[in-house]
Ligand binder design. Sequence first.
Ligand SMILES: Cc1cc2nc3c(=O)[nH]c(=O)nc-3n(C[C@H](O)[C@H](O)[C@H](O)COP(=O)(O)OP(=O)(O)OC[C@H]3O[C@@H](n4cnc5c(N)ncnc54)[C@H](O)[C@@H]3O)c2cc1C
Length: 415
Amino acid sequence: MQNKEVDILVVGAGIIGASVGAELSRRGAKVCVIDKGTVGKGCSYGNAGWMTPCFAMPLPMPGMLIKSMKWLLNPEGPLYIKPSLSLDLATWMYHFMKNMNATQARRAVDALVVLSQKSLTEYEKLGRLYPETRFQQKGLMMVSRTQAGVAAAVEELEYVKDIGVTGKILNGDDIQQMEPALKAPLLGGVYFDKEAMAEPYLVVQALAKEIRQHGGEILENCELQDMEISGNRIESVKTSQGTIRAKQIVMATGSWSKSMAKMMRLRVPILGGKGYAMIVPTLEKQPQYPIMLVEKKIAITPRENTLRIAGTLELVDQDFTITQRRVESIKKGAKEFLHLPDDLQVQELWAGLRPCTPDGVPLIGYHQNLNNLVLAVGHQMLGLQSGAGTGLLVADLVEGKKPFIDMSVVNANRF
Ligand SMILES: Cc1cc2nc3c(=O)[nH]c(=O)nc-3n(C[C@H](O)[C@H](O)[C@H](O)COP(=O)(O)OP(=O)(O)OC[C@H]3O[C@@H](n4cnc5c(N)ncnc54)[C@H](O)[C@@H]3O)c2cc1C
């Protein structure tokens, strides 16, 4: 057991906590990052590795209402909300429905694209320092076999093309030429040329190295268990390894944030968007590009000696169980587009909980009741692609600098 005093305590060493810790350490603060497990083993471990500003849409986009009703009925669909009587789910759904409007979606996308583009620049720099992150800016393809799928891809491009995201509409032949690993026939899609990918776990590990190299400290297996609050300040926190006093505390606890917040009597309505990723051996016809299979909502990421297939979003509350039926539907969906062998060997199967706020936008900023607490949570499907930018943003806030996005969009006190 030990007692410590630091400038900044970051709780959570996923992509968000590691990005915040690295940036504040680089700027000279005395930083301590704690995690109840080990660095980068939460949702940041096995995600698709995409750094794609083109995908900045929050979950409750207009038009989702009809779709969400369909998900309720299909437990094998790409997106699924299991009906339940939980009050947390009911509250979450209420805010989800309330936020499906065009004005809110536009403001959110504008801010999230900037956050993602800033992140992309940072990851490119990180990739030069740490080549093991395997940062590659190959672009990304959205492909489809249906009119509706092609229309969705084109709509995605239309929505972001005026805010600096570039892309090209492709027909089936164009796609086949660029990516012969895809099975014919294909109707069309979009190629976003500036999007990137990397190894998500190795990115967090590189950031951890940055923290240590700049004098910061990381305590693993160190759980925040309680805190001493006096007036509107957190005086100290009790962890499984002793007491820590910090001038400022950054909460970056991903899908665990709801229970963390309850400890502080704060309302943070975050549920987990469970998704799966499987690593399979390199295919005989291995894709060269990251590919989004539009109607299946499956993400294909080529890796050095393997392939990652990721997908599904099932709204849950701290439930990490693997539902084989949903895993099989990902395999089946991928097999319709790729030459997967009948006896596909899954080398690793992983489930992660995306930290989902009901309006699909993260909560970033100081809390109104506790003036030394900064929230950096709820990055839903975009945690990797907006992580490094969140690190810059939080560091700017802590230093009292003018933030580079409209902070009212990510307002930490909006629920
Ligand atoms: C299948 C799948 C594919 C995805 N693909 C992409 C993608 O391609 N691109 C993208 O941008 N995003 C993607 N995501 C989303 C992305 O993975 C998440 O948004 C991101 O990992 C969230 O990061 P985080 O740091 O907030 O949470 P986490 O990585 O979960 O980190 C939170 C940390 O807090 C720690 N913690 C919790 N409570 C405590 C406590 N009391 N004390 C101490 N520590 C605590 C946990 O141990 C954990 O390590 C995907 C997600 C899934 C599931």
